[in-house]
Write a protein that binds this ligand. Structure first.
Ligand code: ZN
Ligand code: ZN
Ligand code: ZN
Length: 169
């Protein structure tokens, strides 16, 4: 998970893709306590409460839903799924706890097809430099709509539940 754009990306390559922020053209960023999540491959057999058709983009490193089209990549044009396997996402709600009353929820953005972390806190958490991550709730910058204040959109999206992985390398 990128600490700047709140997007789900593959961090295993040194290049770290590209963060969809129009003001700072830079790589996705992981810090020591960056969270990692376990991905599951599709076995081609539809399974209840899951969604197949997710792919990895070899340019921006982001995860996106390729079931409609290849969305919009921060590099311009569509995401490029070449070399990607097919991933399966599971639907689910991240429940609030006493220690974390506004847990993040994972959503799909219909504008760029990407998976992003929606912060349900209000007022929204500020990005470095004081700009909000999107509006309220804050959604992070969307490559399909880079000047939008609200960033990614959760319109039409279900809630996704990602399983935590080991600490970031
Ligand atoms: Zn990023
Ligand atoms: Zn991309
Ligand atoms: Zn988006």
């Amino acid at each position: 998970m990128c600490v700047d754009c709140h997007g789900l990306f593959f961090g295993g390559r040194v290049t770290k893709g590209l963060c969809p922020d129009p003001f700072f053209m830079k790589r996705h960023r992981v810090v020591l306590d960056s969270r990692t999540f376990l991905m599951e491959f599709s076995d081609g057999k539809p399974k209840a409460n899951t969604q197949d058709g997710w792919r990895w983009c070899n340019m921006c490193e982001g995860m996106f839903f390729a079931g409609r089209n290849n969305g919009v990549c921060p590099f311009g044009g569509a995401h490029d799924p070449e070399g990607s396997g097919e991933y399966r996402m599971t639907f689910g709600f991240n429940p609030p706890t006493s220690g974390n009353p506004f847990p993040t929820q994972f959503r799909w953005c219909f504008k760029c097809e990407g998976m992003f972390e929606q912060n349900t806190a209000n007022p929204p958490i500020l990005a470095p430099g004081g700009r909000p991550f999107g509006g309220s709730p804050s959604n992070g910058p969307c490559p399909a709509d880079p000047t939008s204040v609200t960033g990614h959109s959760d319109d039409g999206s279900g809630l996704y539940l990602l399983r935590r992985g080991p600490p970031a390398p």
